[in-house]
Design a protein around this ligand. Structure first.
Ligand code: 5GP
Ligand code: ZN
Length: 114
């Protein structure tokens, strides 16, 4: 838990969110400003500020986030049509919340990255 971190507060249920999945390591919830018909964020319960701050000890956690994303894609019915899993880093990467999160986006034809 990091004080004043939005996603720590969502993980701790101090701020409400539309939760679609939770286990001991991660929580997944719908993005408040969806950029696609399906837009879900998967965040670790452990506070990691940016992808730059992930360490070797976080390797399985990062893998678990990816597999949570693919599992949710199947559950939400976009695995066959296709989707994107994205993790942004710092200003030029478009990161606006400084607690790492994996975007799952799908449900429409996505356009070129960038
Ligand atoms: P980033 O730009 O850091 O990669 O993604 C942050 C995402 O968090 C954005 O897509 C934004 O809409 C979402 N977001 C910001 N604040 C909240 C919130 O309070 N609740 C939820 N559910 N999503 C949020
Ligand atoms: Zn946090």
């Amino acid at each position: 838990m990091s004080a004043d971190c939005l996603f720590c507060k969502i993980a701790n249920k101090e701020i409400p969110a539309e939760i679609v999945y939770e286990d001991d390591l991660v929580i997944s919830f719908r993005d408040i400003n969806p950029q696609a018909p399906t837009h879900v964020l998967t965040v670790p319960k452990k506070h990691v500020t940016t992808p730059n701050d992930a360490e070797v000890e976080d390797q399985s956690l990062l893998g678990h986030m990816m597999l949570t994303g693919t599992k949710l894609a199947a559950e939400l019915g976009i695995d066959e049509s296709g989707y994107r899993l994205i993790m942004n880093c710092n200003k030029e990467g478009g990161q606006t919340v400084f607690h790492i999160h994996l975007h799952l986006m799908g449900g429409r034809q996505l356009t070129v990255l960038g």
